[in-house]
Design a protein. Structure first.
Length: 313
Protein backbone atom coordinates (compact mmCIF):
# COMPACT_ATOMS: atom_id res chain seq x y z
CA UNK A 1 0.00 0.00 0.00
CA UNK A 2 1.31 3.46 -0.91
CA UNK A 3 1.42 5.66 2.17
CA UNK A 4 2.89 8.73 3.83
CA UNK A 5 6.07 6.86 4.81
CA UNK A 6 8.12 4.10 3.17
CA UNK A 7 7.08 0.84 4.80
CA UNK A 8 10.30 -1.10 4.16
CA UNK A 9 12.61 1.54 5.65
CA UNK A 10 14.67 0.79 8.78
CA UNK A 11 13.59 3.68 10.98
CA UNK A 12 15.89 2.74 13.86
CA UNK A 13 18.98 4.14 12.14
CA UNK A 14 19.67 7.80 11.38
CA UNK A 15 19.07 8.34 7.65
CA UNK A 16 21.72 9.75 5.34
CA UNK A 17 20.82 13.07 3.85
CA UNK A 18 20.64 12.84 0.02
CA UNK A 19 23.15 15.29 -1.52
CA UNK A 20 20.53 17.27 -3.45
CA UNK A 21 18.23 17.89 -0.46
CA UNK A 22 18.35 21.40 0.91
CA UNK A 23 18.28 21.74 4.70
CA UNK A 24 19.06 24.71 6.92
CA UNK A 25 22.81 24.93 7.60
CA UNK A 26 23.10 24.27 11.34
CA UNK A 27 26.41 24.00 13.16
CA UNK A 28 26.37 21.13 15.64
CA UNK A 29 27.68 22.16 19.08
CA UNK A 30 30.76 20.15 20.08
CA UNK A 31 29.15 18.64 23.19
CA UNK A 32 26.41 16.72 21.37
CA UNK A 33 26.68 13.62 19.19
CA UNK A 34 25.00 12.80 15.87
CA UNK A 35 21.68 12.45 17.68
CA UNK A 36 21.97 16.06 18.93
CA UNK A 37 20.74 14.97 22.38
CA UNK A 38 22.18 16.90 25.33
CA UNK A 39 24.10 14.83 27.93
CA UNK A 40 21.68 16.09 30.62
CA UNK A 41 18.73 18.38 31.11
CA UNK A 42 19.54 21.92 32.28
CA UNK A 43 19.21 22.44 36.03
CA UNK A 44 16.97 25.49 36.20
CA UNK A 45 17.23 28.00 39.03
CA UNK A 46 14.31 29.50 40.98
CA UNK A 47 14.06 32.56 38.70
CA UNK A 48 13.82 30.32 35.62
CA UNK A 49 11.24 28.07 37.28
CA UNK A 50 9.23 31.22 38.04
CA UNK A 51 9.26 32.12 34.32
CA UNK A 52 7.77 28.70 33.53
CA UNK A 53 5.13 29.16 36.24
CA UNK A 54 4.16 32.61 35.00
CA UNK A 55 3.96 31.44 31.38
CA UNK A 56 1.81 28.51 32.53
CA UNK A 57 -0.54 30.79 34.44
CA UNK A 58 -0.87 33.18 31.53
CA UNK A 59 -1.85 30.35 29.17
CA UNK A 60 -4.35 28.87 31.60
CA UNK A 61 -6.17 32.22 31.64
CA UNK A 62 -6.93 31.93 27.93
CA UNK A 63 -6.93 28.22 27.03
CA UNK A 64 -10.11 26.84 28.66
CA UNK A 65 -12.76 26.78 25.91
CA UNK A 66 -10.13 27.51 23.23
CA UNK A 67 -7.72 24.56 23.54
CA UNK A 68 -8.69 21.14 22.17
CA UNK A 69 -10.18 18.81 24.78
CA UNK A 70 -7.37 16.33 24.04
CA UNK A 71 -4.80 18.98 24.98
CA UNK A 72 -6.49 19.79 28.31
CA UNK A 73 -6.82 16.05 29.05
CA UNK A 74 -3.08 15.55 28.33
CA UNK A 75 -2.16 18.47 30.53
CA UNK A 76 -4.08 16.90 33.42
CA UNK A 77 -2.54 13.45 32.94
CA UNK A 78 1.09 14.62 32.91
CA UNK A 79 3.34 16.23 35.54
CA UNK A 80 3.05 19.68 33.93
CA UNK A 81 1.96 22.64 35.95
CA UNK A 82 3.17 25.43 38.13
CA UNK A 83 6.01 23.45 39.62
CA UNK A 84 8.73 24.96 37.50
CA UNK A 85 10.26 23.47 34.35
CA UNK A 86 9.23 19.80 34.28
CA UNK A 87 11.80 17.07 34.75
CA UNK A 88 12.07 15.23 31.41
CA UNK A 89 12.70 11.84 33.02
CA UNK A 90 9.59 12.11 35.15
CA UNK A 91 7.59 13.37 32.17
CA UNK A 92 8.89 10.60 29.90
CA UNK A 93 7.96 7.94 32.42
CA UNK A 94 4.33 9.09 32.55
CA UNK A 95 4.12 9.65 28.82
CA UNK A 96 5.74 6.26 28.24
CA UNK A 97 2.91 4.56 30.17
CA UNK A 98 0.29 6.42 28.13
CA UNK A 99 1.59 6.27 24.53
CA UNK A 100 5.23 5.12 24.54
CA UNK A 101 6.66 8.58 23.84
CA UNK A 102 9.57 10.23 25.64
CA UNK A 103 10.98 13.77 25.77
CA UNK A 104 14.70 14.39 25.10
CA UNK A 105 16.66 17.64 25.58
CA UNK A 106 18.31 19.26 22.55
CA UNK A 107 20.37 22.49 22.49
CA UNK A 108 18.55 24.31 19.67
CA UNK A 109 16.68 23.71 16.43
CA UNK A 110 18.07 20.46 15.04
CA UNK A 111 18.49 19.30 11.42
CA UNK A 112 15.32 17.99 9.75
CA UNK A 113 16.56 14.45 9.24
CA UNK A 114 17.60 14.13 12.91
CA UNK A 115 14.26 15.56 14.01
CA UNK A 116 12.39 13.05 11.80
CA UNK A 117 14.46 10.21 13.18
CA UNK A 118 13.58 11.07 16.78
CA UNK A 119 9.86 11.37 15.99
CA UNK A 120 9.95 8.06 14.09
CA UNK A 121 11.22 6.48 17.32
CA UNK A 122 8.69 8.26 19.55
CA UNK A 123 11.18 10.71 21.04
CA UNK A 124 10.17 14.33 21.16
CA UNK A 125 13.18 16.71 21.06
CA UNK A 126 12.62 19.70 23.38
CA UNK A 127 14.70 22.86 23.84
CA UNK A 128 17.10 22.69 26.79
CA UNK A 129 16.67 26.37 27.74
CA UNK A 130 13.92 28.76 28.79
CA UNK A 131 13.23 32.28 27.49
CA UNK A 132 14.14 35.31 29.62
CA UNK A 133 11.83 37.96 31.09
CA UNK A 134 12.99 40.25 28.25
CA UNK A 135 11.79 37.76 25.63
CA UNK A 136 8.72 36.63 27.60
CA UNK A 137 6.25 37.45 24.79
CA UNK A 138 8.11 36.47 21.69
CA UNK A 139 11.00 34.11 21.02
CA UNK A 140 12.80 33.27 17.79
CA UNK A 141 13.80 29.71 18.68
CA UNK A 142 11.44 27.30 20.42
CA UNK A 143 12.30 27.03 24.13
CA UNK A 144 11.29 24.43 26.70
CA UNK A 145 7.96 26.15 27.35
CA UNK A 146 6.91 26.07 23.70
CA UNK A 147 8.18 22.53 23.21
CA UNK A 148 6.92 20.94 26.42
CA UNK A 149 3.80 22.91 27.31
CA UNK A 150 2.79 23.34 23.66
CA UNK A 151 3.57 19.92 22.18
CA UNK A 152 3.80 17.28 24.89
CA UNK A 153 0.18 17.22 26.21
CA UNK A 154 -1.04 16.25 22.72
CA UNK A 155 1.37 13.27 22.71
CA UNK A 156 -0.78 11.74 25.47
CA UNK A 157 -3.56 11.26 22.88
CA UNK A 158 -3.08 7.82 21.25
CA UNK A 159 -4.19 8.76 17.71
CA UNK A 160 -2.23 12.00 17.70
CA UNK A 161 0.80 10.15 19.10
CA UNK A 162 0.62 7.75 16.14
CA UNK A 163 0.29 10.65 13.69
CA UNK A 164 3.45 12.26 15.06
CA UNK A 165 5.43 9.05 14.72
CA UNK A 166 4.19 8.57 11.14
CA UNK A 167 5.11 12.17 10.38
CA UNK A 168 8.67 11.43 11.46
CA UNK A 169 8.73 8.26 9.37
CA UNK A 170 7.48 10.30 6.40
CA UNK A 171 10.66 12.39 6.40
CA UNK A 172 12.71 9.78 4.50
CA UNK A 173 10.28 9.73 1.58
CA UNK A 174 10.03 13.52 1.46
CA UNK A 175 13.84 13.74 1.35
CA UNK A 176 13.98 11.20 -1.48
CA UNK A 177 11.58 13.37 -3.52
CA UNK A 178 13.25 16.61 -2.33
CA UNK A 179 9.91 17.86 -1.00
CA UNK A 180 10.83 18.66 2.61
CA UNK A 181 9.34 22.13 2.26
CA UNK A 182 5.95 20.67 1.42
CA UNK A 183 6.11 18.19 4.31
CA UNK A 184 7.16 21.11 6.51
CA UNK A 185 4.00 23.00 5.51
CA UNK A 186 1.93 20.02 6.63
CA UNK A 187 3.67 20.13 10.04
CA UNK A 188 3.19 23.86 10.25
CA UNK A 189 -0.55 23.79 9.52
CA UNK A 190 -1.27 20.78 11.75
CA UNK A 191 1.24 20.23 14.58
CA UNK A 192 2.06 23.92 15.06
CA UNK A 193 -1.09 25.80 14.01
CA UNK A 194 -3.85 23.21 13.68
CA UNK A 195 -7.47 23.74 14.73
CA UNK A 196 -10.11 21.08 15.42
CA UNK A 197 -13.88 21.29 15.18
CA UNK A 198 -15.39 20.04 18.44
CA UNK A 199 -18.99 21.17 17.80
CA UNK A 200 -20.96 22.90 15.00
CA UNK A 201 -19.36 26.27 15.76
CA UNK A 202 -16.81 25.23 18.37
CA UNK A 203 -13.33 25.58 16.89
CA UNK A 204 -10.45 24.72 19.23
CA UNK A 205 -6.67 24.78 18.90
CA UNK A 206 -4.41 21.73 19.05
CA UNK A 207 -1.31 23.29 17.43
CA UNK A 208 1.60 24.01 19.77
CA UNK A 209 2.41 27.36 18.16
CA UNK A 210 -1.06 28.52 19.12
CA UNK A 211 -1.24 26.88 22.54
CA UNK A 212 2.07 28.24 23.83
CA UNK A 213 1.16 31.93 23.32
CA UNK A 214 -1.78 34.00 24.61
CA UNK A 215 -2.59 36.14 21.54
CA UNK A 216 -2.84 33.47 18.89
CA UNK A 217 -5.04 31.26 21.10
CA UNK A 218 -7.73 33.97 20.85
CA UNK A 219 -6.88 35.18 17.32
CA UNK A 220 -6.94 31.73 15.70
CA UNK A 221 -10.22 30.61 17.22
CA UNK A 222 -12.25 33.84 17.46
CA UNK A 223 -10.89 36.75 15.40
CA UNK A 224 -12.61 37.82 12.15
CA UNK A 225 -9.27 38.42 10.43
CA UNK A 226 -7.91 34.93 9.56
CA UNK A 227 -9.39 32.29 7.23
CA UNK A 228 -10.48 29.03 8.81
CA UNK A 229 -10.58 26.30 6.16
CA UNK A 230 -11.13 22.54 6.47
CA UNK A 231 -7.84 20.63 6.07
CA UNK A 232 -7.03 19.37 2.58
CA UNK A 233 -3.57 17.84 2.49
CA UNK A 234 -2.77 18.53 -1.19
CA UNK A 235 -3.75 22.15 -0.75
CA UNK A 236 -1.89 22.63 2.54
CA UNK A 237 1.34 21.22 1.14
CA UNK A 238 1.23 23.87 -1.62
CA UNK A 239 0.61 26.75 0.80
CA UNK A 240 3.20 29.24 2.02
CA UNK A 241 3.28 30.17 5.71
CA UNK A 242 4.49 32.97 7.99
CA UNK A 243 7.14 32.24 10.59
CA UNK A 244 7.24 35.48 12.56
CA UNK A 245 3.64 36.64 12.76
CA UNK A 246 0.11 35.38 13.33
CA UNK A 247 -1.18 33.12 10.54
CA UNK A 248 -3.54 34.59 7.92
CA UNK A 249 -5.05 31.11 7.46
CA UNK A 250 -5.69 28.15 9.78
CA UNK A 251 -6.71 24.66 8.68
CA UNK A 252 -9.31 22.74 10.64
CA UNK A 253 -9.68 18.98 11.15
CA UNK A 254 -12.82 17.09 12.17
CA UNK A 255 -10.98 14.71 14.49
CA UNK A 256 -7.52 13.21 15.00
CA UNK A 257 -8.74 10.08 13.21
CA UNK A 258 -9.59 12.36 10.26
CA UNK A 259 -6.07 13.81 10.34
CA UNK A 260 -4.55 10.33 10.49
CA UNK A 261 -6.63 9.02 7.54
CA UNK A 262 -5.94 12.09 5.41
CA UNK A 263 -2.20 11.78 5.84
CA UNK A 264 -0.92 8.38 6.91
CA UNK A 265 -3.24 6.37 4.69
CA UNK A 266 -2.77 8.12 1.38
CA UNK A 267 -0.39 7.87 -1.55
CA UNK A 268 2.36 10.40 -0.93
CA UNK A 269 4.51 9.10 -3.81
CA UNK A 270 1.84 10.30 -6.19
CA UNK A 271 1.40 13.53 -4.28
CA UNK A 272 5.14 14.31 -4.33
CA UNK A 273 5.40 13.50 -8.04
CA UNK A 274 2.69 16.08 -8.76
CA UNK A 275 3.90 18.75 -6.34
CA UNK A 276 5.87 21.70 -7.70
CA UNK A 277 9.17 22.39 -5.91
CA UNK A 278 7.91 25.75 -4.57
CA UNK A 279 4.69 26.88 -2.88
CA UNK A 280 1.77 27.72 -5.18
CA UNK A 281 -0.67 29.51 -2.87
CA UNK A 282 -0.18 32.66 -0.84
CA UNK A 283 -0.83 32.20 2.87
CA UNK A 284 -3.90 34.49 2.89
CA UNK A 285 -5.54 33.05 -0.25
CA UNK A 286 -8.89 31.29 -0.39
CA UNK A 287 -9.09 29.02 -3.45
CA UNK A 288 -11.97 27.36 -5.29
CA UNK A 289 -11.46 23.88 -3.79
CA UNK A 290 -11.62 25.18 -0.20
CA UNK A 291 -14.28 24.09 2.26
CA UNK A 292 -14.41 27.42 4.08
CA UNK A 293 -15.57 27.62 7.68
CA UNK A 294 -14.81 31.32 8.00
CA UNK A 295 -13.59 33.62 5.28
CA UNK A 296 -11.24 36.06 7.01
CA UNK A 297 -11.36 39.81 6.57
CA UNK A 298 -7.51 39.80 6.75
CA UNK A 299 -7.77 43.17 8.49
CA UNK A 300 -4.79 42.41 10.73
CA UNK A 301 -2.62 41.56 7.73
CA UNK A 302 -3.90 44.55 5.72
CA UNK A 303 -3.07 46.92 8.56
CA UNK A 304 0.52 45.68 8.40
CA UNK A 305 0.64 42.85 10.96
CA UNK A 306 3.34 42.65 13.61
CA UNK A 307 5.63 45.64 13.63
CA UNK A 308 2.87 48.00 12.44
CA UNK A 309 1.29 48.03 15.88
CA UNK A 310 -1.95 46.60 14.45
CA UNK A 311 -4.10 44.98 17.13
CA UNK A 312 -4.69 41.28 16.32
CA UNK A 313 -8.10 41.14 17.99
FE1 LIG B 1 6.93 23.62 17.86
Amino acid sequence: MATLADQNQDFSVLPDLPADVFTAPLRKPAHVGDDWIEPAQTQYDAAEDAIWNDLYERQMDVLPGRAASAFIAGLQKLPLGQRGVPDFNELSEELGHLTGWSVVPVPMLIPDHVFFWHLANRRFPAGNFIRTRETFDYIQEPDVFHDVFGHVPMLADPVYADYMQEYGRAGWKAMRYNRLKALGALYWYTVEFGLILEGPSDVRAYGAGILSGPTEAVFSTEAKSPNRIMLNVDRVMRTDYVISDLQPTYFVIESFEDLYHQTVERDFDRLYRNLPPAFTYANAAVIDVDDVLHRGTQEYLLRGGRGSGAKPI
